[in-house]
Design a binder for this molecule. Structure first.
Ligand code: DLL
Length: 433
């Protein structure tokens, strides 16, 4: 029911005409309603009337997380507050969240895109969908929830955590579809096996996994252990959430719903657009969003596009797997974390700790772990071991409240952390993608 061939299989000419018409409207909308966009366009010497078609997009300035931060919380909204019906947010670089506002039409569009993704992997109205992405400011849970409901599936809003309960519900409700991060899928599978069960005790047929980078090796592992077909789903809060792009049954990369989100790949040094197939940074322009339309938003995700025909007939340009980021954002258990957030928690926690720290990220038993080593200051007045315990306890809790997930803090003596001669290397990521 949510396969929309008319929109999903547009010819090149039809698509460009639609994208052009929508871009022209979006540029007018932001110029008239969003002061920071008006200022940026004036500075670049571009007027809405200069944008006559999608090819003119290159005349427009980029948008970055910095723009969202500088206009925190609602300064980038193009709709009056009375028309904003939902707020979501993800981590920003310096403690301030990146905030997104949705109008009713934006929520409907987002649900439609998630429904397209569900339909593309074979969900039907008889399906039971187990949503194990987190619900809340994170977009994973509610995005897939609304997509599933729009399609008429039976949605089970389990949210993240409590693995034993997840397994019980999967067995009892016989979900045929599951949504969670790929690393959690592997963890769930291992817990299933540990508890003495196997994929045969479940009814899973397909899963939509995303919110963090993963590989084809992980895909095979998940498919084998959970007895389903594993599909990639990509998205980011700023553009809407999950379902900006989604794989079809052929698993050849995620089709971008490019009648709504226009993709470009740029060279990260020259910021010039690259031809299809070349790897660079992914940039998106929303074509119909009302609440917070974004023009040429730099996602920082490194990937390439593929416009070769797909046997499914959909013409949405496909996204290769995300190969990394052009900034220092880490994704730990599906949560976006910037080292700068950890750094400011360290600086503000206790004057007896120094600003020398090192973060080690790993994947142990298929679960991301993070250890943060922090040096005590040489001149710190510490008389009792208990004081060290107290410093550690407070820092652990400060870090958890700054980044939203737990980390293992280890206090070490002054000088223990290797100093770098150039840029400090703050993070060692031992995970293999
Ligand atoms: O992670 C939205 C989402 C939820 C997507 C559930 C898919 C499934 P943010 O928290 O704003 O939104 O994080 C966005 O996560 O820029 C990528 O770096 C990364 N990411 C998302 N999906 C994938 C994926 C959600 N399939 C950031 N593969 C993005 C690799 C992904 N990285």
């Amino acid at each position: 029911m949510f396969y929309e061939p008319k929109q999903e299989c547009l010819s090149n000419n039809e698509k460009r005409a639609l994208q052009s018409e929508r871009l022209i409207d979006t540029v007018k909308r932001v110029y008239e309603n969003v002061a920071p966009y008006r200022a940026k366009m004036d500075q670049a010497g571009v007027k809405p009337s200069d944008i006559r078609g999608i090819e003119d997009i290159v005349k427009l300035p980029f948008t970055t997380k910095k723009d969202l931060r500088e206009n925190y919380p609602f300064g980038m909204f193009a709709s009056p507050q009375k028309d904003i019906i939902r707020i979501h947010a993800s981590s920003g670089t310096t403690g301030k969240l990146t905030v997104v506002g949705y109008s009713k039409a934006d929520i409907d569009l987002w649900a439609r895109c998630c429904a397209r993704g569900l339909a593309a992997v074979g969900a039907t109205q008889e399906s039971v969908l187990h949503v194990a992405y987190g619900y809340g400011l994170f977009t994973g849970g509610l995005g897939m929830h609304y997509g599933g409901e729009l399609m008429g599936l039976t949605v089970v809003p389990v949210s993240s955590g409590n693995t034993a309960r997840q397994l019980t519900l999967l067995k009892d409700f016989k979900a045929d579809g599951i949504c969670c991060t790929p690393s959690y899928a592997v963890f769930l599978a291992d817990e299933l096996i540990k508890a003495g069960f196997s994929a045969k005790d479940l009814n899973l047929k397909w899963g939509l996994f995303g919110a963090e980078p993963w590989t084809d090796e992980m895909r095979r592992e998940i498919e084998e252990k959970l007895g389903l077909k594993a599909y990639d789903i990509y998205g980011l809060s700023e553009i809407s959430g999950p379902g900006v792009a989604s794989e079809c049954e052929f698993q050849r990369g995620s089709h971008i719903w490019d009648d709504y989100f226009y993709p470009e790949i740029i060279d990260i040094d020259t910021l010039q657009p690259l031809p299809i197939g070349e790897r660079g940074e992914l940039v998106f322009t929303t074509l119909t969003k009302e609440g917070m339309p974004l023009i040429r938003y730099r996602t920082r995700d490194i990937t390439a596009l593929d416009d070769s025909p797909c046997p499914c007939g959909r013409t949405g340009v496909r996204l290769n797997r995300i190969k990394g980021r052009s900034d220092d954002m880490l994704i730990i258990r599906g949560v976006n974390v910037f080292p700068s957030q950890i750094e400011s928690a360290i600086i503000n926690s206790d004057e007896r700790i120094s600003t020398h720290y090192h973060i080690v990220v790993d994947r142990i038993n298929n679960l991301d772990t993070m250890e943060i080593m922090v040096e005590l200051r040489d001149d710190a007045q510490i008389d009792q071991i208990k004081e060290i315990e107290d410093i550690k306890k407070k820092l652990t809790s400060d870090i958890t409240s700054a980044i939203g997930i737990s980390a293992n803090v280890r206090l070490v003596s002054g000088g223990s952390i290797t100093r770098s001669e150039g840029k400090a290397k703050r993070v060692t990521d031992n995970r293999k993608y």
